[in-house]
Write a protein that binds this ligand. Structure first.
Ligand code: ATP
Ligand SMILES: O=C(O)C[C@@H](O)[C@H](O)C(=O)CO
Length: 330
């Protein structure tokens, strides 16, 4: 089964949310306290997804706010350098800083991230900085859940969603739950539910859907039955190394299996998955194939050091899917 998009658009994907910096531990297999060197990459889930999509050949744009300093300029230059349109990336004029994410790689199974997100520039994007003329040029608007965590970014995103719906732009909601900037579980649940009900496609891990439902150990069947009473037509629920499921409003369920790989760290899996899954959907592939693209892209990124820089090419993904690189599905 395929998923249809408006084809007459300049951009395939416009993402809204944070573009930040990842500082990934260069020394592996040790706790952060003993890690002395880090490599710098552009990070932030929606930026990673846009970068991944652009590397696969999608025409991408980005709506966000950057700090007016060396870090903000590094991010803008990198994003522009990979071919993403940065004309709607605003420079903060109020002294807010870039968000930083430090990563800890204790072992392939034990990796975590430590985010510095106090007063970060990305959460200060205002509704007046989101423009209808831009959004209406895209096939899809990719919304990151973290951008809903504080005002004025929350209202800016809600405006973007309204404009997308008005202009027949598909809204893809990536739940992207990062506890660091949310005030309470109740607030997260309220805003996640609000946007998920309006979105066309919702993507998240099982844990993130539990956050949306403000419950524990929810069942996929209950989640999709509830959301399909509203706008969503396609829901993707990820279960880490156990793979992922895509559910359609018409009642079909597809399973995507993870590919066995030599894991260096597990972060970056979700973003690489989303970029390749969306690339495949936008390119007119079947949902089953899109799940393979997402899983293969994630398997490639978890075997590498970064999230953004490691995003694969179409050839790398297709080699893995066709078994030419010797990897197998789990
Ligand atoms: N250890 C692994 N080996 C191979 N593939 C993996 C592994 N972990 C995850 N994946 C793939 O990545 C997909 C997304 O993973 P996961 O459910 O962990 O997303 P996520 O929690 O959003 O990721 P992130 O850690 O980036 O936030 C899975 O459906 C699977 O295909
Ligand atoms: O999403 C973030 O802000 C951090 C990411 O850039 C990081 O690489 C990661 O955790 C991806 O899952």
């Amino acid at each position: 089964m395929k998923y249809e998009f408006n084809t007459e658009r300049k951009y395939d994907i416009i993402a809204i949310g944070r573009a930040c910096i990842d500082l990934n531990a260069v020394e592996y297999n040790r706790p952060m306290e003993e890690t002395m060197t880090f490599s710098k990459y552009v990070g932030g889930s929606p930026a990673n997804i846009a970068i991944g999509g652009s590397k696969l050949g999608l025409k991408a744009g980005f709506i966000g706010k950057l700090s007016d300093d060396q870090h903000g300029r590094f991010i803008e230059q990198y994003i522009r350098g990979v071919g993403i349109d940065t004309s709607n990336m605003v420079i903060d004029q109020e002294g807010h800083k870039t968000g930083l994410t430090f990563t800890e790689i204790k072992s392939p199974e034990e990796c975590s991230i430590l985010m510095y997100r106090e007063d970060v520039a990305d959460l200060y994007i205002k509704p007046s900085e989101v423009h209808e003329d831009y959004i209406k040029q895209s096939k899809i608007l990719l919304v990151s859940g973290t951008a809903l965590s504080k005002s004025p970014s929350r209202e800016a995103v809600l405006k973007a969603v309204n404009l997308a719906k008005k202009n027949d732009v598909k809204v893809i909601f990536e739940l992207d739950y990062r506890p660091y900037t949310w005030e309470s579980a109740e607030a997260t649940s309220v805003y996640y539910s609000l946007v998920a009900k309006q979105a066309d496609v919702v993507i998240g891990t099982r844990d993130e859907f539990d956050v949306m439902e403000n419950s524990a150990e929810g069942k996929n069947e209950n989640t999709v039955n509830h959301l399909f009473k509203h706008s969503p037509e396609l829901i993707v629920i990820k279960h880490g190394v156990d793979g992922s499921y895509a559910y359609t409003k018409s009642g079909q369920t597809f399973r995507g299996q993870a590919y066995l790989t030599k894991v260096l760290k597990t972060f970056g899996a979700g973003d690489s998955y989303a970029s390749a899954f969306l690339y495949a959907l936008i390119s007119g592939m079947e949902i089953e194939t899109a799940l393979k693209y997402g899983s293969a892209s994630a398997a490639i990124v978890v075997s590498k050091h970064s999230s953004s820089e490691a995003m694969p090419t179409v050839e790398e993904i297709e080699q893995l899917i066709s078994g030419k690189t010797g990897q197998v599905t789990i």
